[in-house]
Design a protein around this ligand. Structure first.
Ligand SMILES: C[S@@+](CC[C@H](N)C(=O)[O-])C[C@H]1O[C@@H](n2cnc3c(N)ncnc32)[C@H](O)[C@@H]1O
Length: 305
């Protein structure tokens, strides 16, 4: 039993598989991709951050089997087991016979079904004793037409209980399954994307689908790191706001001071110019104006209280 558990999840404490196993998986995956790129859909297995993000959307306390589509060498399977899904609940549907043998060796307590996930109802005919809790898919959807993807989702919901979710990763920016009918624009499924998984190569995103009208997803409580990160970011934002306000205030003060100085100097220059012009005219009738301008100038020069 213990050795079975060990084989069920051969990853180290840091969540990484031993190096030689990872290299072997990369090589197997690459070979599968060279032989059949449309089926394999990627040149290397998903990274553990992406696999973890997929598993996050499966509630280990839910009832019923968890169906995994296109498990390949098993990185998402490992993440699901680590999440706490019992191996007996996992039904792995894989097309490639070589991957199936590998999965059987690696996860002896999971059920492995070799077959076509796009014909899911038929492939799993007689396999499930009760409605499934979730379908977790790494299938390369974009190599198939829209109609096949929509049908895959429809069949998957047919195998799940009403709260069941269909979880899919994609490297693209938009939902890999159309959410609206092309024919009449009606909503076919509700869907929510995860935050991007930047640490996967290439960066990816997970989409979670549910039937139209079913309640929204329950967002997981953020972890300790996320809480700390948010608090730090909020503090930093506050400090930036304060600094910006201080700089703006200083700028306003300087602008006002400079503005007033310029205005006063311009008026003085204008008065002096006018005075000079009047003096040069030598007209006795202008003498009162000259005296007035001089007095204004002297008054302005006097220091203010
Ligand atoms: C992109 S790989 C993902 C493998 C693995 N889950 C991972 O994340 O590294 C796609 C997998 O889906 C399998 N696959 C492709 N089409 C399939 C189909 N119609 N039915 C079942 N499996 C399929 C491929 O053999 C391959 O293992």
């Amino acid at each position: 039993m213990r050795s079975q558990m060990k084989r069920q999840n051969s990853q180290g404490k840091d969540g990484k598989a031993p190096l030689e196993e990872r290299f072997a998986d990369e090589a197997r995956f690459f070979k599968a991709w060279v032989e059949n790129p449309r089926i394999t859909g990627a040149v290397s297995p998903s990274g553990r951050f992406l696999a973890r993000m997929m598993a996050r959307y499966v509630d280990p306390a839910s009832n019923g089997p968890v169906i995994e589509l296109g498990p390949g060498t098993g990185p998402v399977t490992v993440a699901l087991l680590k999440r706490g899904v019992a191996p007996e609940r996992l039904v792995l549907v894989e097309f490639d016979p070589y991957f199936c043998k590998l999965l059987a060796r690696r996860f002896p307590r999971c059920r492995i079904v070799q077959g076509d996930a796009y014909d899911l109802a038929k492939t799993l005919d007689g396999v499930l004793e009760e409605p499934a809790a979730a379908v977790v898919s790494s299938l390369p959807l974009l190599t198939r037409p829209d109609a096949d993807r929509t049908e895959l989702l429809r069949q998957s919901f047919g195998l799940m209980h009403p709260e069941g979710r269909f979880i899919q990763f994609t490297y693209g920016m938009v939902s890999p399954i159309p959410r609206r009918s092309r024919a009449n624009g009606s909503t076919l499924f509700e869907a929510e994307p995860s935050p991007p998984v930047w640490l996967n190569l290439p960066p990816a995103r997970v989409w979670v689908y549910r039937p139209t009208g079913s309640p929204a997803l329950i967002h997981k409580k953020p972890g300790a790191f996320a809480v700390k990160f948010k608090a730090g970011a909020e503090k930093m934002r506050g400090e930036i706001r304060e600094t910006r306000d201080r700089v703006e205030e200083g700028f306003r003060e300087t602008r006002d001071k400079v503005g007033v100085g310029i205005k006063e100097r311009t008026q003085r220059a204008r008065r002096q110019f006018e005075l000079q012009r009047l003096r040069m005219s030598n007209d006795p009738a202008l003498r009162p104006a000259i005296t007035l301008l001089r007095k204004i100038g002297e008054h302005k020069k006097r220091p203010r209280d």
